[in-house]
Design a protein around this ligand. Structure first.
Ligand code: 13P
Length: 255
């Protein structure tokens, strides 16, 4: 059975003090959640403090990025070892904002995925097409390149310890969500790509989150889709009640 994984990507929002406060609210609100894996991804700066808040709770800790090297002269970067030391469980890799603004490529995504995998952390691999790519009929080609790139060199067992986030770029932060059918179609296609790489049983075991203007109003419809196994939430994750308004419908869904 696939897990429903709902993660809040706080992006570059919240001071350390505000992060600790929101984390404590999420921990309290999610204390009875059983069927959903709940995770929060504060900024690097707040991770260590938030780690103390989520310790012993059912809320997992996620980082928003990582570098693929262990240590050294990489100004501004943080290694997977460092994340592991403070209790990080998930690492978001290849977010479209990283791809658009900071030069992330399928190759660097792959290096990061392999590094966090080697340390037992779970990558949340972000993929998704721009509006221009979708309009040009290149949705499937883009997703194929991104999935094949991210999983290059990963064994079957390693693939089983990954999560994918399908985030259509045109839906991120725009208030425009993919319809239930559009999202389901893309998710089914991505699962088909995983099946080609690793066989159907592995493909059926990998959770594929949806991301892009997901909110309490549209969460139930999206999460009810056969191949949508959770969400990666931006704006709506910045308040505990709207974040939990997405987690709650996930509680009753079994895949
Ligand atoms: P929004 O939910 O704000 O659209 O952001 C989605 C996202 O990019 C999560 O990683």
């Amino acid at each position: 059975m696939r897990k429903i994984v709902i993660a809040g990507n706080w992006k570059m929002n919240k001071t350390v003090a505000d992060s600790v406060k929101l984390a404590a609210e999420v921990v309290a609100a999610a204390k009875d959640v059983k069927n959903v894996v709940v995770a929060i991804a504060p900024t690097y700066l707040a991770l260590a403090k938030v780690a103390e808040v989520v310790k012993g709770s059912n809320v997992k800790l996620a980082a928003q990025d990582v570098h693929w090297e262990n240590q050294g002269a990489y100004t501004g970067k943080v290694s997977a070892d460092m994340l592991k030391e403070i209790g990080v469980d998930f690492v978001i890799i290849g977010h479209s904002e990283q791809r658009t603004y900071f030069g992330e490529t399928d190759e660097t995504v792959n290096k990061k995925v392999r590094k966090v995998q080697s340390l037992g952390l779970t990558p949340i691999i972000c993929i998704g097409e721009t509006l221009a790519e979708r309009k040009d009929g290149r949705l499937e080609a883009v997703l194929t390149t991104q999935v094949n790139g991210a999983y290059a060199g990963l064994s079957r067992d390693e693939a089983l310890r990954t999560v994918i986030a399908y985030e259509p770029v045109w839906a991120i932060g725009t208030g425009v969500t993919a319809s239930d059918d559009e999202a389901q179609e893309a998710h089914a296609f991505v699962r088909g790509l995983l099946a080609k790489l690793y066989g159907d049983s592995v493909a059926q075991s990998i959770s594929i989150q949806y991301g892009g203007s997901m909110k309490p109003e549209n969460a139930a419809g999206l999460l009810a889709q056969k191949d949508i196994d959770g969400g990666l939430i931006g704006g709506a994750a910045l308040k505990a009640d709207s974040f939990l308004g997405i987690v709650t419908p996930g509680e009753t869904i079994h895949k």
